[in-house]
Design a protein around this ligand. Structure first.
Ligand code: HEC
Length: 161
């Protein structure tokens, strides 16, 4: 009786171990089949680079359309007066270079960084890492409203084209 029980437990364990492998083998197979098909479109690499971090703050979702020239102009003016002291476009200075930031960060993250930097510095893992990297210099709150922050985002989008 005891032997029977232990051998059925053993069989159970074997089945449990084999099962995920079987599932895995099945998914590998279908992936290969899909991957080798001629009509599968490649994922957009710029989308893949986004880490999906939305940041912390008032902005939960940003609807992006075609680049809006008027907003780009407004954003460029703000950038030239409030950001350029610390953020060069191409080179890291007091803060990171921002020319390609819309390729590595989500629009929500960027806007939340502009509207809610203090909490981002305290609670967001990506910003905490940057803070360390930039000599613990906390980016000051630029005191923008959502509309102005959105224009800065539009300007940054126009640079990364
Ligand atoms: C006094 C210097 C300073 C000013 C002014 C400043 N920043 Fe920053 N910014 C930083 C630093 C330093 C960081 C890195 C995070 C930190 O240390 O708080 C940063 C981080 C950022 C990030 C996140 C970058 C990433 O890769 O995650 C964005 C976006 C950003 N700043 C945009 C702006 C914009 C736009 C302005 C102007 C409205 C601005 N900053 C003004 C210093 C500054």
């Amino acid at each position: 009786m005891k032997k029977n029980l232990s051998s059925s437990i053993l069989i159970l364990i074997i089945i449990l171990f084999m099962h995920p492998q079987m599932v895995l083998a099945g998914s590998c197979l279908s992936e290969t089949t899909i991957g080798s098909g001629p009509k599968v479109s490649q994922p957009d690499p710029s989308v893949e680079m986004q880490d999906k971090d939305l940041g912390i703050g008032p902005v939960k979702h940003v609807e992006l359309g075609p680049i809006n020239a008027k907003m780009v102009g407004e954003g460029k003016t703000i950038y030239g007066t409030q950001c350029i002291i610390c953020h060069d476009l191409d080179q890291n200075k007091l803060g990171p270079a921002l020319k390609m930031v819309t390729k590595s960060r989500t629009p929500e993250y960027i806007m939340n960084m502009l509207l809610n930097p203090a909490q981002m510095q305290k609670e967001n893992a990506n910003v905490k890492a940057l803070l360390k990297q930039y000599n613990n210099l906390p980016m000051p709150d630029p005191a923008l409203n959502q509309e102005k922050a959105r224009s800065v985002l539009e300007y940054l989008r126009s640079l990364a084209k």
